[in-house]
Structure formats: structure tokens, C-alpha cells
Design a protein around this ligand. Structure first.
Ligand code: XMP
Length: 328
């Protein structure tokens, strides 16, 4: 293994602000030394890792960092807006926002197979990013939010993580990976110390293909909106009822299936929304938390009255195994 990818045995675990500050100051110097007055490109998804790398680089080199936020149309409600607010408005980042929704949804139209969907989303993401990179001049560095578990898992061949070697070879950049020796909890402490909002630092995991794997089968705009709106209601209610920090991951799924119901005194034939909530340590296995029944009833009332095209709500009681966390 490349020795720069090995966490030194004596390396202190970053558990508090003082240690985070020490790490940040050392990285700021290291980044400045590595890139000089060069420009650095970063794909900023708004997830914890890329957000922390962005904040760290902004502190070190300001507008020499060019962030590209690609909206593939499969993000949660309010996410692209939050990225723009935090980075462009509050941190004065050099941020390029690309709304590629039509491109992605066009390619995904009629595609029902989950693996094909994932493949299309992953490939197109790289294409959009590479196109943006090609428009810019004089960029020699690429920053990535690689963290230590990504390196360990890639070494063991567990997963071909998108952060490690996922870019096409024609993008000939030198990598800047300031958090590659940190564990996730350390990245969060550093993010807090850099002033990122809690909503970003303590964000629950969100898959790269986003809501695309929660709008099962062939994605349509209407059903995707039902996923996005029901997810927003679930997140709002979990936050309001103190479950945000105690449930590991929670979201909604809208299957490509309709059932009969009654709305406004008339027969309706609409989709169900499935609520998924899980607790886990490492996502290899998971249990289903006991959500208070009155809260589930309240969420159900809100979803069927506020989300267009939905007449039923279900709670997925399945642990992993046998069910995976995501439905696709
Ligand atoms: P599963 O569904 O495999 O999910 O039990 C385990 C964890 O991984 C996340 N997940 C993904 N993350 N790209 C990602 O970046 C993906 O394609 C993907 N699929 C699942 C899932 O949200 C859960 O936290």
C-alpha cells in the first residue's frame, strides 16, 4: 500500500475542537504547500466528506478552489439550495452550480433495472463533471473527500468506492485529499470546527444515486416528486419529535405500483409511500426502530393529504437481513 495512505499508528484521534483546530492548521499549511497558487477542482455533493474538504480548502486557498455542484435531479428537497447558501453565500466559494436534472431524467426514462439505473447515474455524473472541468483552464489539482474507511475498503476490494480512482484517466489531475486518514466521526468534528451547519455535519447517509433508488422501477417526474415531498415530511417530523439524532437512517420509497383508495369521496387509484427507518453500526445489518404509533399515524395523515398521487402509507418492518436498507 502507498505509505501516504497508511494512518500512522501514533496518530491522535480527533475527538474535540482543540485537536480539530490543530489538524485544520496543519492541513491549511500542507494544502498551501502542495498547490501553491494553482487552482483546485472539487465535486461538491453537499455530503459530509466533500463539504468538509470544501470548507478546509476554502480556508486554505479561498477562491483558488473551484467547486462544482451537480444536481442530478435526484437530491432531497432543499439540498442544492443549502449547498449554494452555505458555500456561495456564506463562505464566498467559487461555486459552479449545474442543474443537470433534464439530462439525467431523460437518460433514466423507461429504465427499470436497479443496476442499470445506478450505472447510468454514475456514468453521467462523471460525464457532467468532466465537461465542466474541460471548460475551465489552468486546473491541475483535484480535491476529493476520500476518508480512511474508503481507503481500507478499496484495499480489501470490498467496494470500488467512487472517491478512489473513479474518474476517467483523461482527467489528469494531481489529487488533494486532506481528510483521507480520518474516520467519519473525526471528519464531523473537523466540519463542526470549520463552522459547517449541523444539518450538513451530522447528515444521515445518502446514496450517490439519491432518490433514484427510492423511486423504484422506471423513474417518472411525478413519482419522484412524491418521493421527495414525502421524504421532506418524514425528515421534518423526525426532527420535530427528537428522532433525528437517534435513528441512523430514515427515508421514504414510492414503489411503481398503485392501489385503490378513496379521496374526497371518490375512488382513487394511487401510489403507496413506504417509510423506512433503520438503526445499524456499519450498515451490514440493521434493525427497525420502534417508532411511536401516534407519530406514524400523524406522518401518514400528512403524507396522504400533502403529497400528490399518494393514498396509502406503510412502515417497513424488515430488518437487514432479509431486507437491504435501500429498496433497490
Ligand atoms: P443497503 O441497501 O445495501 O445499504 O443495505 C447500505 C448503506 O449503503 C447506502 N447505499 C449506497 N450508497 N451508493 C452509495 O453511495 C449506492 O449506490 C448505495 N446503495 C446503498 C444505503 O443508503 C445504506 O446507508
Amino acid at each position: 500500500m502507498d505509505q501516504s495512505n497508511v494512518r500512522p499508528s501514533g496518530m491522535e484521534r480527533i475527538i474535540d475542537y482543540a485537536l480539530a483546530e490543530k489538524f485544520i492548521n496543519a492541513q491549511v499549511l500542507a494544502i498551501r504547500e502542495q498547490v501553491g497558487d494553482g487552482k483546485v477542482l472539487l465535486a461538491l455533493s453537499g455530503g459530509v466528506d466533500s463539504s468538509v474538504v470544501a470548507a478546509l480548502l476554502i480556508k486554505a486557498i479561498g477562491r483558488q478552489l473551484v467547486c462544482v455542484h451537480v444536481n442530478h435531479g435526484l437530491l432531497r428537497k432543499g439540498e442544492p439550495e443549502q449547498v449554494i447558501k452555505v458555500f456561495r453565500d456564506e463562505m464566498d466559494a467559487n461555486l459552479i452550480y449545474v442543474d443537470a436534472t433534464d439530462r439525467f431524467l431523460g437518460l433514466l426514462a423507461g429504465v427499470a433495472d436497479p443496476e442499470r439505473k445506478r450505472h447510468i447515474i454514475g456514468e453521467e455524473f462523471i460525464k457532467v463533471f468532466a465537461e465542466e472541468a474541460a471548460k475551465l483552464e489552468g486546473i491541475h489539482f483535484l480535491a476529493q473527500g476520500t476518508i480512511y474507511p474508503d481507503i481500507l475498503e478499496s484495499e480489501k476490494g470490498i467496494k470500488a468506492h467512487h472517491n478512489v480512482g473513479g474518474l476517467p484517466p483523461e482527467l489528469d489531475f494531481e489529487l488533494v485529499e486532506p481528510v483521507k486518514l480520518l474516520y467519519k466521526d473525526e471528519v464531523r468534528v473537523v466540519g463542526k470546527a470549520l463552522g459547517l451547519p449541523d444539518g450538513m455535519v451530522y447528515r444521515q447517509p445518502f446514496p450517490g444515486p439519491g432518490l433514484g433508488v427510492r423511486c423504484t422501477g422506471a423513474i417518472t417526474r411525478e413519482r419522484l416528486e412524491a418521493v421527495r415531498e414525502s421524504d421532506a415530511i418524514l425528515r421534518e417530523e423526525f426532527a420535530r419529535n427528537g428522532l433525528e439524532g437517534s435513528v441512523w437512517q430514515f427515508f421514504t420509497i414510492v414503489p411503481d405500483y398503485k392501489s385503490t383508495g378513496i379521496k374526497d369521496g371518490k375512488r382513487s387509484f394511487e401510489w403507496p409511500v413506504v417509510i423506512r427507518a433503520v438503526n445499524t453500526r456499519d450498515a451490514m445489518s440493521a434493525t427497525v426502530p420502534d417508532i411511536p404509533f401516534p407519530l406514524l399515524q400523524h406522518i401518514t395523515e400528512r403524507i396522504v393529504s400533502e403529497v400528490a398521487g399518494v393514498n396509502r402509507v406503510l412502515y417497513d418492518l424488515t430488518p437487514k437481513p432479509t431486507g437491504t436498507i435501500e429498496w433497490e
